[in-house]
Design a protein around this ligand. Structure first.
Ligand code: SF4
Length: 348
């Protein structure tokens, strides 16, 4: 009984009861008839708790998270968080992209929980499930209140995002970084514009994301780039890896961390349907590459990691040059066209 009696009114709202999963008392459902939000339904909830402990078995390097949203209109086809929408009895495909849960009381709740004597001021990670700077944030403006609370309590935190909207909160980020540890990571897996448009259709372009990295670093905030995902056969050609690392280096990022595409249940079905539609000749190769489960084989992951690390070294990404946008010379040879055919993993 997670979403009983839910009704939707255009440019209006309605109330429902019993959203036990969120610990919320009620849901207000809204749609907005503006081009930016057309086709998106927002479910506003008042959560009872906002700091979440990551389950002990998690592979994540953080223990506490704050996620003001569920679902993400950035709509990345491969998004691993899709599965979590099924816990709400919501669809993990289009539903994940267009049914967005908004914890409207997140800033107040966080401020209260940070002030509790039981809270020990540990690191809080944001953007770990879905993007806290997705389009909805432009309307709901939850992050300024969240960042203010973290700043006022000098509580260390990190943000992972693809949203250039983070620049709206630049002043708050600078203020917070003066009193506590602030880690910002921007996700840019590749720079190929054609691939971006189809596989990450709701996100700002990779170029705009790297511009955001540049602006943040120019304001003294260290930003690492999570080069994720590297998509087998579509963004893993050596020329593509080079172009991406080069652009990341030029943005002034302090580090680059590659991560190969993984396909957990929920994301896997959606991604494979997309692949069948856009790159049908790759379907069999993906079935073989991901035959063992959600992750590509270790040898493949190691190869990508080594290539990216070598390129990072070549382009001088490292703490010694942190915070300074780099002047990277134009490549002397033209970058190869992206290769989606069978050039990379002929053994598979
Ligand atoms: S931006 Fe992140 S959370 Fe949003 S759809 Fe893309 S991968 Fe998922």
């Amino acid at each position: 009984m997670r979403w009983e009696n839910l009704t939707v009114e255009s440019d209006g709202h309605s109330r429902t009861a019993d959203v036990a999963l969120f610990g919320a008392d009620a849901v207000t459902t809204r749609t907005f008839d503006t081009p930016e939000f057309r086709g998106i339904t927002f479910h506003e909830v008042r959560a009872r708790s906002i700091i979440n402990r990551v389950p002990g078995a998690s592979r994540m390097p953080f223990e506490w998270t704050v996620n003001p949203y569920r679902g993400c209109s950035h709509a990345c086809v491969y998004c691993f968080a899709r599965k979590s929408h099924s816990y709400l009895d919501l669809d993990t495909g289009l539903g994940f992209d267009s049914q967005i849960v908004v914890k409207v009381n997140a800033p107040d709740l966080l401020r209260r929980q940070l002030g509790s004597r039981r809270w020990l001021g540990e690191h809080i990670a944001m953007g770990t499930n879905v993007d806290c700077y997705q389009r909805a944030e432009g309307r709901y403006r939850l992050m300024p209140g969240i960042l203010s609370a973290l700043r006022d309590h000098a509580n260390p935190f990190s943000i992972l995002t693809k949203g250039t909207l983070i620049l709206r909160d630049l002043d708050l980020l600078v203020q917070a970084s003066e009193v506590t540890d602030v880690g910002i990571s921007v996700s840019v897996g590749f720079t190929d514009p054609a691939l971006w448009r189809t596989v990450e259709p709701g996100t700002p372009s990779p170029e705009r994301r790297l511009d955001a990295v540049r602006t943040l670093t120019e304001h003294g905030i260290d930003v690492g780039v999570l080069m994720a995902p590297v998509i087998p056969f579509l963004s893993d050609h050596p020329a593509q890896l080079r172009a991406t690392v080069r652009a990341i280096a030029a943005s002034g990022a302090t580090s680059v961390t590659p991560l190969v595409l993984h396909l957990r249940p929920g994301a896997r079905e959606w991604f494979m349907a997309w692949l069948g539609q856009h790159h049908p000749h790759l379907v069999r190769r993906y079935e073989r590459l991901y035959a063992e489960g959600a992750y590509a084989p270790k040898w493949y992951q190691r190869r990508i990691t080594r290539q990216v690390h070598d390129l990072a070294q070549e382009y001088g990404i490292g703490p010694a040059r942190a915070g300074m946008p780099r002047r990277i010379p134009e490549p002397v040879e033209p970058v190869d066209e992206p290769v989606s055919g069978p050039t990379q993993l002929s053994l598979i």
